[in-house]
Design a protein around this ligand. Structure first.
Ligand code: R5P
Length: 293
């Protein structure tokens, strides 16, 4: 198997190739003056199997189009099985119709990727099982282990792990188990029209304890900031924030720090100036277990 490392995942892709011993297929891409995107593979891919790695991080629509073009270029030029790794799947939060008249965007994205020629897809900590169900053939990759290693190295053994939303408790529990800590959750409600978040205590017992809040995505930071306020009011001694996919819209990172976080961890599924954890080892291990590598 060879790899095609898309422009949105150059750092993570490089690490995966190095850990898995994958040779990269070269390609060029450019944007025409009118905004359209162009991709060209620079080597013969006849009969080759490829792992195509491209995050759908911001700008989501451009990165989706590049992924579709890379898959299509590979398949229409004689490529063999196309395995696609999507470190961050955009539109996954629109995984059902919340208000009448909406599309299920997650399933639309999945269908587009399959229509381009993806034979199988691996998703890193996708927002929900419902979003992943849009694909006919998908593997889900959990990367909490990469975060646990960091926290164990940095004095957070037995810390209290909090989900900023009851629906995110299973991830918090996984991390808590790995660092032998406790787990709690915040009750979050989001106004479906305005997007505004309000949070109340769900089950929280952080008094005097080192605390980690972990969520899948940080976008505006509103969810995390609400959780920080609650934890501070209940006496948490130190609050570290972790997310798998850090989008950090506008000044979200600074506002989270100003709210009282002692550190913010975010992975390279979305490559930003704030990415400080790599999920490469969890990804390679899982793909090996699933027989992809
Ligand atoms: C929502 O269901 C996600 O899991 C995140 O909690 C959400 O996307 C975070 O968004 P924000 O940072 O804008 O509050």
């Amino acid at each position: 198997m060879k790899a095609i490392v898309g422009p949105a995942s150059t750092g993570l892709g490089e690490k995966i190739c190095s850990l898995a011993g994958l040779e990269k297929i070269r390609f060029s891409f450019k944007q025409f003056p009118d905004g359209e995107l162009y991709v060209r593979l620079l080597e013969d891919v006849t009969g080759v199997e490829a792992l195509i790695i491209q995050s759908l991080s911001p700008p989501q629509d451009r990165n989706l189009m590049l992924l579709l073009q890379l898959i299509s270029a590979f398949k229409t030029n004689g490529g063999g099985e196309a395995s696609v790794l999507i470190p961050y799947m955009a539109y996954a939060r629109q995984d059902k119709i919340f208000l009448s008249g909406e599309p299920v965007s997650a399933h639309l994205v999945a269908r587009l990727i399959e229509a381009a020629g993806a034979d199988r897809v691996a998703l890193v900590e996708v927002h929900s099982d419902a979003a992943a169900k849009g694909f006919r053939n998908s593997v889900l990759i959990e990367v909490t282990g990469s975060f646990a290693e960091y926290y164990l190295r940095n004095g957070f053994e037995k810390a209290y792990v909090v989900a900023p939303d009851k629906n995110a408790t299973s991830r918090a529990k996984r991390l808590a188990d790995m660092i032998q800590g406790g787990v709690g959750w915040v009750e979050k409600t989001r106004n479906k029209e305005t997007g505004c978040v309000s949070s109340t205590e769900g089950q929280l017992n952080p008094s005097g304890r080192k605390t980690i809040i972990i969520d899948d995505i940080i976008s505006t930071g509103g969810t995390i900031i609400e959780a920080i306020k609650l934890l501070k009011s209940k006496g948490a001694s130190q609050i570290s924030v972790a997310c798998i996919h850090g989008l950090f819209v506008g000044d979200a990172y600074q506002r989270i720090m100003n709210a009282g976080a002692s550190s913010v961890l975010s992975s390279d599924t979305v490559e930003t100036q704030y990415s400080n954890i790599s999920v490469a080892s969890d990804v390679v291990r899982t793909l090996r277990e699933k027989g992809w590598l």
